[in-house]
Each structure stands twice: as structure tokens, then as C-alpha cells.
Design a protein around this ligand. Structure first.
Ligand code: SF4
Ligand code: SF4
Length: 171
């Protein structure tokens, strides 16, 4: 069995789905996290009435790597997706987990592609936020047939991706 460090290195450096706005829309900061220190590092922090959050896609993400790894928030330190947990426990092989990661990333890339075509490519919003805005936009009416066809393809991909994330990634 791989060591914990090797497992994380192998899977997470090929993935980034819990940082890039596909699995989550933000990271909620905890009492032990220093929001001001994160801001000093150039990371945007949203202060709401009862919560403080770092929006995703995370500004610290560089490819699939965290450029703030040593000072990442506690939620980032403790989160383990289902694939990671299964590989760590020996329930699944790393190559099997990597196949799921590749498939989920491919679906997310296709969704990004259709969102871009439909003019919803805001790089600071999560995939689900962009998708919701896109659907609202379509509901307001006035879309051409080709746009509606692209939306139908997008909806199919998002449906597949959501099912896969629920089944294979959320712990
Ligand atoms: S989703 Fe899982 S495998 Fe991917 S980066 Fe996050 S913890 Fe690692
Ligand atoms: S701080 Fe690092 S680990 Fe946390 S969401 Fe951002 S890129 Fe991911």
C-alpha cells in the first residue's frame, strides 16, 4: 500500500477538483485560520455576517498544486475526498482512482467549454455558480436555437458530472 504522503502526491497533483471550483464554491475559514494572513498572501477572503470564506476557484491554485500549501486553511488540511479515502484504506487501487479523477476532469472541461460558448466564462466563479447563471440567463428568454441546443448539451454534461461527484468524490 502507498504511504499517505505518496497517495496524496499521486492523486491530488493530478486532480485539483476540491480547489478549482468543481467540487466546491468556496472554503469556509475556521476559528484557527488567519483570514488577514491569507489576504496578505494575495488570497481573496469574503467576510459575511456569520462566516468567512475563500472563494473558489482558489486563487492559490497553480495547475493542480497549491502555492499556499504550508499556510492553507484548516478545511483544506482536513478534507479528503472519497477517492483519496478509498485508496488510503486499500479499498481501491490508485490507478482506479486516477481513472475517476480523469473522467471527472474531462466532464468539467466539457462543461467549461459549453459555458464559454454561452458567454458564461467568469474565471472567479465556481462551475455551479456559472451554470446557475447560465440557466437563469436562458430562462429570461430570447436565446437562439443553437444556444438552446448548446444549453441542452451543457445540462446533460452537468447532470453526468454531478452524479459522478456525488457517487465518487463527496465523502
Ligand atoms: S478531490 Fe480528492 S484527489 Fe482531488 S485534489 Fe481533492 S482530495 Fe485530492
Ligand atoms: S488554499 Fe490551497 S488547498 Fe486550499 S483551496 Fe486553495 S489551492 Fe486548494
Amino acid at each position: 500500500m502507498l504511504s499517505e504522503a505518496d497517495t496524496i502526491a499521486r492523486l491530488c497533483t493530478a486532480c485539483g477538483l476540491c480547489c478549482n471550483g468543481v467540487l466546491f464554491a468556496d472554503v469556509e475559514l475556521q476559528a484557527e485560520d488567519d483570514a488577514s494572513a491569507l489576504e496578505k498572501l494575495g488570497l481573496p477572503v469574503k467576510r459575511l455576517k456569520t462566516k468567512t470564506k475563500m472563494p473558489q476557484p482558489c486563487a492559490a491554485l497553480n495547475g493542480c498544486l497549491c502555492r499556499n500549501y504550508a499556510q492553507r486553511p484548516s478545511r483544506c488540511r482536513t478534507f479528503e475526498c472519497l477517492q483519496l479515502l478509498k485508496v488510503k484504506s486499500g479499498e481501491t487501487a490508485p490507478d482506479n482512482a486516477l481513472t475517476h479523477i480523469r473522467k471527472a476532469r474531462q466532464l468539467a472541461e466539457r462543461a467549461e467549454h459549453f459555458l464559454k460558448e454561452l458567454g458564461h466564462n467568469h474565471p472567479k466563479l465556481s462551475l455551479s455558480q456559472r451554470y446557475r447563471r447560465c440557466v437563469r440567463d436562458a430562462e429570461n428568454g430570447g436565446w437562439r436555437t443553437e444556444q438552446l441546443e448548446t444549453l441542452a448539451e451543457l445540462q446533460m454534461i452537468v447532470h453526468k458530472l454531478t452524479a459522478m461527484l456525488q457517487r465518487e468524490f463527496y465523502p
